[in-house]
Design a protein around this ligand. Sequence first.
Ligand code: ADP
Ligand code: TRP
Length: 340
Amino acid sequence: MISSQHMSNTPITTTTGKKVLVSGIKSTGRPHIGNYFGAMKQYVEMQHEYDTRIFIADLHSLTSVQNGSELAQATLDLAIDYIAIGLDPEKVTIFKQSDLPEVTELGWIFNCITTMPYLMRAHSFKDAEAKNKEINVGVFDYPMLMAADILIHNADIVPVGKDQKQHVEFARDTAEKFNRIFRGDGKSCEPENALFKLPDVHIIESVETVPGIDGQKMSKSYNNHIPLFSTDEELKKLVMSIVTDSNGGKPMNVYNMHKLFRDETYLEKLYTKNEGKYKILKEALLEDMIAFIKPLREKREQIAKDPDKVRNILARNGALMREKTHALMYEVRKATGLIV
Ligand code: ADP
Ligand code: TRP
């Protein structure tokens, strides 16, 4: 009997003829304004130009969330969030990483051509080590699963925040290495024989690192974040607790957050006029933030009323992604000797 693997020899192109954009976020809690301005907003802006595939990195989440019901809820919530920020579920493929289980297969193959010293250079691993965290193998291997997430789609572009730049570079290295080993002579690979494209990272310079309420990089893991869908009360509490430097001039932490919501010409005037008046400036930031977040939150509330609709979108798109990546996985298995 011929297995389904052997039946597909469809060329690896997209039916839309558009370039492929891939990105994802872990479902480890509520997304925050750093996630939004650093990454999610770009997905929305670029969604029509590309064949856009945005996933919820639930397998990556397992490196830190180890409670089944919590993870399932956070994953569904993030799917709702994606739609609420303006990703069009009819145009963008929103899916769950674990619904494309071939990424773990591809990740394993990448593990076998990657050395431990190479992975020890990853910032994510070094950070965990510096904090004396007990590091699980999933954290150590994180970049290889991420490389598989990207390369399985033969992505052209990967929009992320600055902290993920190195991971995308690892994906490029891995693509090049696979091509060289399995489609070349070990030293190089003729361009026409390459299986994987080298994906480009896309980072918006002006918002490369959004600060948190303590001035450090905003991150769920530092607990200094402002959730994107916060209530007005939550926003008030968080904005008023922003740590300001006390030199009496322009409070840079407040300003850096404020410039995400307002143009800088307006802000320069506002901050000059209210020099040293931190409370007034924080209140102005709060007002602008509420004006931005409230409509998003209300849209989210509407979408959340029908979670089954969202579950159906995820299920349908998971199946679609398996179908679309099938031809490439066939080539991977053939090149590596997994098909006899
Ligand atoms: P967190 O650090 O809060 O756990 P994630 O690792 O889930 O965030 O990041 C999801 C996306 O958001 C990534 O593309 C990441 O680069 C981006 N991102 C996260 N924090 C920030 C930030 N403070 N500024 C800009 N982009 C960010
Ligand atoms: N590592 C990313 C983060 O922490 C999430 C992620 C997993 C991702 N796989 C990816 C992002 C592939 C872009 C492409 O935010």
